[in-house]
Design a protein around this ligand. Structure first.
Ligand code: FES
Length: 124
């Protein structure tokens, strides 16, 4: 009746538990990134710590992208006027799909998969 398997620690992956508390930002599945109420409709929010920008192009539709500009790697600074804007050289990316609205960047922001669970937006 020993609970030996439990002592296996993080290598054990036999079940799907609730997300474990994780301090580091990044790619932790299930990590809550933001609340839906934090993300304005038609706009979005840059999550510096996670390196992600989350947008809500339409009510109830949430998208997430890498916050690293595809031009020279600055972190995008703000979401305004329907675009995700890079402060370094003025590139703008559309909130709907991360594609370039304004150069010099040529490539879209890579998408990040998120799920919405109630009012929590989580890393998928
Ligand atoms: S690094 Fe973003 S516009 Fe140049």
């Amino acid at each position: 009746v020993a609970a030996g398997a439990v002592l296996g620690g993080c290598a054990v992956y036999g079940r799907k538990p609730e997300p474990a508390p994780a301090e580091q930002a990044g790619s932790d599945p299930g990590k809550v990134l933001a609340q839906t109420t934090d993300i304005p409709v038609g706009g979005g929010k840059v999550l510096d710590a996670a390196g992600i920008v989350i947008t809500q192009p339409q009510q109830g539709t949430f998208k997430a992208f890498s916050a690293t500009c595809t031009h020279q790697g600055c972190i995008v600074a703000e979401v305004k006027g329907g675009t995700i804007n890079c402060p370094c050289h003025g590139s703008k990316f559309k909130v709907a799909d991360g594609t370039v609205a304004n150069g010099p960047a040529e490539k879209p922001l890579p998408p990040v998969t998120v799920t919405v669970d109630g009012t929590s937006i989580k890393r998928a």
